[in-house]
Design a protein around this ligand. Structure first.
Ligand SMILES: Nc1ncnc2c1ncn2[C@@H]1O[C@H](COP(=O)(O)OP(=O)(O)OP(=O)(O)O)[C@@H](O)[C@H]1O
Ligand SMILES: [Mg+2]
Length: 369
């Protein structure tokens, strides 16, 4: 038998492992100091990697990607992967690193900090039920389709609806105090809904706990250092919660959703005044449920009146970013967890959401690195 012409080195293995990412933290396992030991001998490679927590739901994924990458090295015949768990101090060091942005070559923190280039878009309204959450999920998908990295904070702790609307369920991984958001179609999502044993459980928390929960979301969620837009779905109304969040997040901008009728518009104006009070720039208005059109050759019916979004935009001297028609497919999309922009991409509603997202990006562009 001839000797193998390839002598595999530890450095080659380490290099190959650089392209293996932790599936939740979206970073190289080498940069995350997860590779503990590499043994090489006679075409056989053993890798010992440390997981952040032993119950890591994606252990199989990590093992498989390590195997796959190391096997591509010429001369490797067998790959053995063993997993261990980081000690508490190692986990703390990792979290500190992620906070300081040291892991990233661009030195950006994976958390939301005043230095983050992430754009926070608060989706607000005066009245409840005008479609904030619907607009949030559809805009998120549209922004993602435009190639942006998107996250959603469901700040409606009493009436959270983002998990259902986006069809995302499960429990976020907690690495000590750090929360790893769930992900669906490339959109990272945090909601109180993920923390409750049952989706139907009422959140009967008091003000201070609410405040704590929100600041936890904001301060302890590892969003990744590549986030472009973070959408914040507010609860109905213009109360304390909204102000709290607005003050906690840096670089916050607001979009106000309203329906066309006069009563809704005057309430929506309150949201605009709240934004002014806490120095948040209103980027524009989105009018939802603007009209209903049974078929393309039928005239639109203005069920909730007409022109309210435009009037509000003029009163605030901001653009009207979009007019979204009433469409049963929008509601069905929300109920089924597949936003209309995905379930019926050619529908007038989906087109309106895409056009709105494009206008938003023009209003609030992401700087080219
Ligand atoms: N353009 C639309 N066409 C048809 N149905 C819509 C449209 N927009 C929203 N809906 C439906 O209206 C209902 C209320 O929407 P949504 O939950 O998004 O409002 P909200 O402003 O977030 O409410 P809340 O203030 O309670 O948080 C949902 O059932 C949703 O599917
Ligand atoms: Mg809502």
């Amino acid at each position: 038998m001839s000797a193998d012409p390839h002598v595999v080195t530890r450095e080659q293995v380490l290099d190959a492992l650089r392209s293996v990412e932790d599936p939740e933290l979206h970073k190289s396992i080498v940069d995350l100091d997860m590779v503990r030991d590499i043994q090489v001998g006679d075409g056989r490679v053993s890798v010992n990697a440390l997981l952040t927590i032993s119950a890591c739901p994606l252990r199989e994924t990590i093992v498989n990607s390590i195997r796959e990458r190391v096997r591509t090295i010429p001369g490797v015949r067998e790959v053995d992967v063993t997993l261990g768990e980081m000690a508490p101090n190692e986990r703390q060091a990792l979290i500190a690193k992620l906070r300081g942005g040291e892991v990233s070559t661009t030195r950006r923190s994976s958390f939301i900090t005043p230095e983050s280039p992430v754009r926070v878009l608060t989706i607000a309204s005066g009245k409840g039920g005008v479609g904030k959450s619907t607009v949030t999920v559809n805009l998120a998908v549209a922004l993602r389709q435009l190639g942006h990295r998107v996250g959603i904070i469901d700040a409606d702790v009493y009436g959270f609806s983002i998990p259902r609307m986006l069809g995302v369920r499960g429990r976020p991984t907690m690495i000590d105090q750090m929360v790893v958001p769930l992900e669906k179609d490339g959109i990272r999502v945090m909601s109180i809904g993920f923390m409750l044993p049952d989706e139907t459980d009422a959140v009967v928390w008091r003000g201070p706990m609410l405040h704590k929960a929100l600041t936890t979301f904001i301060n302890e969620v590892h969003w990744g250092d590549d986030m472009d837009y973070l959408l914040l779905d507010l609860p109905p109304g213009t109360g304390d919660v909204s102000i709290t969040i607005a003050q906690t997040l840096p670089q916050t901008h607001m979009v106000i959703v309203t329906t066309p009728q006069a009563a809704a518009v005057s309430v929506a104006q309150r949201a605009a005044r709240m934004a002014e009070k806490v120095n948040i720039e209103v980027l524009g208005i989105i009018e939802n449920m603007s009209y209903y059109q049974a078929a393309p050759d039928q005239p639109p019916v203005y069920i909730f009146g007409r022109g309210g979004g435009q009037r509000l935009a003029e009163a605030q001297s901001v653009p009207l970013l979009g007019e979204i028609p009433l469409d049963p497919a929008v509601r069905e999309g929300g109920d089924n967890g597949v936003p209309v922009i995905l379930s019926a991409p050619e529908s007038p509603a989906a087109k309106a959401f895409r056009a709105t997202a494009e206008r938003l990006v023009r209003r609030l562009p992401i700087p080219v690195a």
